[in-house]
Every structure is written in C-alpha cells, then in structure tokens.
Design a protein around this ligand. Structure first.
Ligand code: THU
Length: 130
C-alpha cells in the first residue's frame, strides 16, 4: 500500500463521472489539501470542443472555490498503460495555485509514474515575474 493509494482510489472514482462523449478519453483527478481534504474532478467535454476542461483543473477550481489554498498532492487516472500527465494548461494552473506538489499518475490497476511539479513545468511564468 502506497500512501497515495487512497488519493488514487478517489481519482478512479471521479473518473466514473467523466463527460467525454467526443474523445472517449475519461480522466479522473483527486487533489489533496494540506489539511488532508480531497477534492475530485473529471474531464468535462462539450460540443464546442474548445471549452473542454480537464479533470485536474476541475479539481483545483472546486478546491479554490471552497476556500482552500494549500495543496500537497494530486492523482490523475486514465485507462491507459502509459501515464497521462497533466496538459500544459493544467500545469500552469497547478503550478500557480499548488506550487511544487507531487503528481501521482495511475491507471485502473496501478500507479504508473510519480513526478513533482517543478520537473513538469521547468522555467515557469508565474506571479513572481509580474
Ligand atoms: N484530459 C484530462 O482531463 N486530463 C489530462 O491530463 C489530459 C487530458 C482530457 C481532456 C479531454 O477531455 C480528453 O482528456 C482528451 O484530451
């Protein structure tokens, strides 16, 4: 049992709610706050395609909108052998609001990779540059 197992289980459960009729690619995410509260998200697609939002950003925006500001880890789950890392837009958002958190990637059976945000988004643009 890894300490990320419960977070990964939450991401797998969230993936069940994915709204992905266009891509068929269902993703779940679970974001842990410093207080140990977990916010989940799934990808939500729509007919415009371009207004699709990824599971990671749904989880983060849910947490932020509930007043949470400090985070420790995020788990991302897809039904693939290869890990599904956060897209560029999600990396930007995760970096700005969560900083150098752990990113646990998993599929329906196992954890496939673990990274830290500073490696996923080297040389970031963020508020320190404004
Ligand atoms: N997607 C996510 O939700 N998270 C990722 O990390 C990668 C991609 C979604 C967006 C879209 O609904 C589908 O997966 C295919 O790109």
């Amino acid at each position: 049992m890894s300490e990320s197992d419960a977070l990964v289980a939450a991401a797998r459960a969230a993936r069940q709610h994915a709204v992905a009729p266009y891509s068929g690619f269902r993703v779940g995410a679970a974001l842990e706050t410093a207080a140990g509260i977990v916010f989940t998200g799934c990808n939500v697609e729509n007919a415009s395609y371009g207004l699709t939002i990824c599971a990671e950003r749904v989880a983060m925006f849910k947490a932020l909108s509930e007043g949470h500001r400090t985070f420790t880890r995020i788990a991302v789950v897809a039904d693939t052998d290869a890990p599904t890392p956060p897209c560029g837009a999600c990396r930007q958002i995760l970096w700005e609001f969560a900083g150098d958190i752990e990113v646990v990637l998993a599929n329906l059976e196992r954890i496939t990779a673990t990274h830290c945000m500073r490696d996923l988004l080297p040389y970031p643009f963020d508020g320190r540059l404004l």
